[in-house]
Design a protein around this ligand. Structure first.
Ligand SMILES: Cc1ncc(COP(=O)(O)O)c(C=O)c1O
Length: 359
């Protein structure tokens, strides 16, 4: 049996889309000003203004962490509090880059189902924050992760509910859109409806995970909220000098809806796996599979170890909890191999070693 890689570790593990590579080749000509003074970066401003149907500023940055941390630093005071879900990437996986770039900004975890900040819980937290007390960090921003860190997708109304609570109390609304395209593909609405029209002031727009190479971006819809963002970025060393190559990726990303096509492929792979798994007894999807990630509780730690022993690549998120992430280039054979391996671990497989699973 040929050895097949069955890789559900992360959407970072996938290839770059050929369109992205082609875009880099296409822009590799002539001379251009650096640091965003080039014609392509100017064209990108115009293009994203069309895509999002509103005036905006876009700042290509190297990573999603940079996008999150600088977007929040630029919209908060150093003594500000940023409200986020306990599972939010800024809270679990960014070494408190928000606090570092923010000069002391504090993260405050807010409850909510499936990785979503609940508007009611946010309100309770803000009301108990000690507004005006010099002893306390002052409410400054809320962070929503779209799609969430548990694979769910905020509905437009849910975003608007949180935004209303935040804006009424002077907080900025930041969306960590590392998987914004995956969420958008699920919502089926316009980029505008999924962001600024629902109250989002700043968006970290993910590109790398969904077929890009080396760039994400900060999109600022509310310039007053992050008036000094250019200085924050430069001081942090986060302004590409050959910006046109970063901008070329983002241009290609939105061209002909490439971002949605890639996201739909990843989402379809995850949805297909979810459908097959939901027919199996003994496992639980801990959150609805609405984008390209599955969080699956298996009956025992041994079952997870069994999957690992079979060569299935994934992240363990708890003794019995596995995270499987589908990439834009996840193939059907990989999906089938994963489901077959899980069936074997559950003892329900009818065709052991079927579907090209690694032996
Ligand atoms: C939800 C979310 N936000 C932000 C990031 C950060 O991206 P990067 O690793 O490019 O800094 C990730 C990466 O895994 C993520 O999953």
């Amino acid at each position: 049996m040929p050895h097949t890689t069955v890789d559900f570790r992360s959407d970072n593990c996938g290839r770059a889309a050929p369109e992205m590579i082609a875009a880099l080749h296409a822009v590799n000509t002539g001379t251009e000003l650096g640091y965003g003074g080039d014609t392509l970066t100017a064209a990108l401003q115009t293009r994203l203004t069309q895509v999002f149907e509103t005036p905006l500023r876009v700042y290509p940055v190297p990573t999603g962490t940079a996008a999150n941390a600088v977007a929040l630093a630029a919209s908060c005071t150093p003594f500000g509090a940023v409200y986020c879900h306990a599972q939010a990437h800024i809270n679990t996986s960014e070494c408190n880059a928000t606090g570092f770039f923010g000069g002391g900004t504090k993260l405050v975890a807010v409850d909510g189902e499936h990785g979503k900040v609940s508007a009611d819980a946010l309100l309770r937290e803000i009301e108990g924050a000690g507004v005006g007390l010099a002893h306390k960090n002052q409410p400054a921003a809320v962070n929503l992760v779209q799609a969430t860190d548990m694979g769910a997708v905020y509905g437009v109304e849910e975003i608007a509910d949180v935004s209303r609570v935040a804006h009424a109390r002077g907080l900025a609304v930041h969306m960590d859109g590392a998987r914004f395209a995956n969420a958008l593909a699920t919502l089926g609405c316009s980029p505008a409806d999924a962001s600024w029209r629902a109250g989002v002031d700043l968006l970290s727009l993910g590109v790398t995970k969904n077929g890009g190479l080396l760039t994400d971006a900060i999109v600022v819809f509310a310039p007053d909220v992050a008036a000094n963002i250019g200085y924050h970025l430069r001081r942090a060393g986060l302004v590409w000098s050959k910006m046109r190559f970063a901008s070329a990726q983002i241009m290609a990303y939105v061209e002909d809806d490439l971002w949605l096509r890639l996201a739909r492929q990843a989402n379809a792979a995850a949805g297909g796996i979810a459908q097959r798994l939901s027919a199996l007894a003994g496992i639980r999807l801990v959150a609805p599979v609405q984008a390209n990630e599955l969080f699956v509780e298996l009956p025992s730690a041994q079952a997870l170890e069994g999957l690992q022993a079979e060569g299935i690549l994934f992240q363990r998120r708890g003794p019995r909890l596995a995270r499987f992430v589908c990439r834009w280039d996840t193939g059907e054979s990989e999906c089938a191999a994963l489901v077959a391996a899980i069936e074997r671990q559950l003892g329900t497989a009818t065709t052991p070693q079927a579907n090209g699973a690694p032996s």
